[in-house]
Ligand binder design. Structure first.
Ligand code: FE
Length: 133
């Protein structure tokens, strides 16, 4: 899978916080029930913390009880890339920003209607832009 090479590794390290770098660039996971967007219900758009690409709408956010922000679909079909992840002795689907390749979280087939999918995303991987009205 190829992504736009938007930053060198040194640039990523300089621009991201250590926690953002660990999650976005080293496929880390924030501790459950700690992220700023888990219990966040404002209307708006969630964007990639790495490159600013729009990724998820608040309209597709639901309370999964998992401890991470959860969405039943990405903002559009091209926003989020999905890749098989065989790390940690599990087979999971990894969710990455389609534009910059940053790690966002994982996708599980146990979400609500209409898609039955659950995009389980680290808050650290997101920035929120409130809907303008
Ligand atoms: Fe990105």
């Amino acid at each position: 899978m190829r992504f736009d090479k938007t930053r060198t590794d040194a640039e990523w390290r300089a621009e991201l916080s250590p926690e953002q770098y660990r999650i976005l660039r080293e496929h880390g996971t924030e501790p459950a029930f700690t992220g700023q967007y888990r219990d966040h219900h404002e209307a708006g758009e969630y964007r990639c913390a790495g490159c600013g690409a729009p990724l998820f709408s608040s309209a597709a956010k639901f309370d999964s009880g998992s401890g991470w922000p959860s969405f039943y679909q990405a903002l559009d079909g091209n926003a989020v890339a999905e890749k098989t992840d065989r790390s940690h002795g599990m087979v999971r689907i990894e969710a990455l920003c389609r534009r910059c390749g940053s790690h966002l979280g994982h996708v599980f087939p146990d979400g609500p209607a209409p898609t039955r999918m659950r995009y389980c995303i680290n808050s650290v991987a997101l920035t929120f832009r409130k809907k303008q009205d």
